[in-house]
Structure formats: C-alpha cells, structure tokens
Design a protein around this ligand. Structure first.
Ligand code: PRP
Ligand code: URA
Length: 213
C-alpha cells in the first residue's frame, strides 16, 4: 500500500527501477529509450492485467481432455495517448497480442498546460471493454483526465491507467476527478517544475522517443 490508497499501484520493483534509471539518463539514445519503454510496460502489464476477464474451456492435450482458463480476448482495449503513449503499445502486445487498440490524440499547450484533443478513434464496442489508457508521463494529470472524460462520454465504465513516471500532483488530480479509475505507476517522482515538467523525470518523453528535439 502507498499514500494514495488502494486504487494506486506503484511498482518500485528493482528490475523496473533499474530500467527507469537507464530511461532517465540524458545519454540514452532514442532506440534504447523506446526499447526500455517497451520492456518496462511489459513488466507492468503482468500486474495491471492480472484480473483480466477469463473463461473456462476444454482443451485436449496428447494425454487427455482438461478444463483450462483462457483470457476473454475481446474484452480488453488499450488506448495510447498520442504521441508518447504509442511507445507503450508494443510492451502490452508482447504479453497480450490480441488487445484491441484505440487512439486519443492530445497535446499540452506549453503556456497554459491545458490539454487539447486533436484525434480520437476507438474500437467498436469500447463501452463493454476493460479500457487501459497508456501514457508514460503523468505530470499535471490534465491529459489523462481529458482522456478519461472522452472514454466516459463513450460509455466506458471500467478504466485503468498505466503510466511509467508520475508526479504527485498528477496522481492526486486523477484520483480527485475520477475516483473509480485504477492507476498503475512504475515510479512516483518528487514534483513538477514551473513549466509542468516532472522532477527528476526524464524530460519530454515524446521528443526523446521520436527524436523530435
Ligand atoms: C506529454 C505526455 C503526456 C502529457 C503529460 O505529452 O506524453 O501526454 O505530456 O502532461 P500532463 O499530465 O500535464 O497533461 P505532450 O503534450 O508533450 O504531447 P506529445 O506526447 O505529443 O509530445
Ligand atoms: N510530459 C513529458 O513528456 N514530460 C514531463 O516531464 C511532463 C510532461
């Protein structure tokens, strides 16, 4: 348990922390940055999806028939918040290759830090699915709150968030606006700076991932 209550899981696992240290390093090039994001996401996926809907089915082994548990593949959608969330899709697909993918495009105004939506394409029947939002950075929380608002307007009731690095301000904002959303965070950092960047953080995730600066 942590200071934020039962809806927030913070990994703080040595294998995850080791990869996050490499991710933060200013000298880590884009290729390695993308690989680390995928690997950390895969490690987080194991926990975040542990209560995914399942069903029992009969399987015939070379020895005999037996009842086995399988995942209800159509019951889950992952929704990366563009751009940086895209880097996490592969990490989920490594463990859950059939997860449907929706996209929500949001960018943060550099002055006001308010999120602006420019794209939304979600799988048919999204309202019936477990929806897992992907965004490596939870800073002020504005982007995630806006993405959750979009999903709730579409009728989604079972929403989770997977973020790699979060600021306390962002976690508190999501919990305040959307008490029902479960949050999975790899590391919780100290604070935001005056420009809304996480400290110590890793800088701009989208720019480091795609080499745009
Ligand atoms: C970054 C990041 C989050 C958002 C977090 O995206 O990927 O989506 O900022 O900040 P917030 O919690 O204060 O809203 P950005 O707006 O820089 O867009 P990009 O991914 O296209 O670079
Ligand atoms: N977005 C990022 O990419 N990094 C931050 O530190 C804050 C928002």
């Amino acid at each position: 348990m942590n200071d934020y209550g039962e809806n927030v899981t913070i990994f703080n696992h040595p294998l995850v922390m080791h990869k996050i240290a490499m991710l933060r390093d200013i000298n880590t090039p884009s290729k390695m940055f993308r690989e680390l994001i995928s690997e950390i996401t895969a490690l987080m996926t194991f926990e975040c999806f542990k209560d995914v809907p399942t069903y029992e089915t009969e399987i015939e082994t070379p020895m005999e028939k037996c009842m086995q548990i399988m995942v209800k593949e159509k019951s889950v959608a992952i929704i990366p918040i563009l751009r940086a969330g895209l880097g996490m899709v592969n990490g989920v697909h490594m463990l859950f290759p059939t997860a449907y993918v929706g996209h929500i495009g949001l960018y943060r105004d550099e002055q006001t830090l308010e999120p602006h939506q420019y794209y939304c394409k979600l799988p048919i029947g999204i309202e019936e699915k477990l929806c897992v939002l992907l965004d490596p950075m939870l800073a002020t929380g504005g982007s995630v709150v806006a993405a959750i608002d979009v999903l709730k307007k579409k009728g989604c009731t079972n929403i989770r968030l997977m973020s790699i690095i979060a600021a306390p301000e962002g976690i508190k904002k999501v919990l305040e606006k959307h008490q029902d959303v479960k949050i999975f965070i790899a590391a919780c950092d100290r604070e935001l700076n005056k420009n809304g960047y996480i400290l110590p953080g890793l800088g701009d995730a989208g720019d480091r991932m795609f080499g745009t600066k």
